[in-house]
Design a protein around this ligand. Structure first.
Ligand SMILES: [Zn+2]
Length: 74
């Protein structure tokens, strides 16, 4: 299944995506992973889209990469 439009809107944001909140169809999966290396934080949270099934990692810390689409095997 292709990405829904809300998920497409999260692609290509780069680090500016750190501050972009999850869209309405994204539900958190598991717990926040507090990742910190040399004082820089990544802080990852997994999400899954209930609309299209796309999975995401959202890194919100000052060393985070913003929204990262997880490659799917299906
Ligand atoms: Zn989606």
């Amino acid at each position: 299944m292709a990405m829904c439009n809300d998920c497409k809107a999260l692609t290509g944001l780069g680090v500016s995506g750190r501050k972009k909140p999850p869209h309405a169809a994204l539900v958190p999966v598991g717990e926040l992973r507090e990742i910190a290396v040399k004082g820089m934080r990544a802080d990852e949270q997994d999400y899954r889209c209930t609309e299209c099934g796309q999975q995401w990692i959202h890194e919100t810390g000052n060393a985070g990469q913003g929204w990262i689409a997880v490659r799917r095997s299906d």
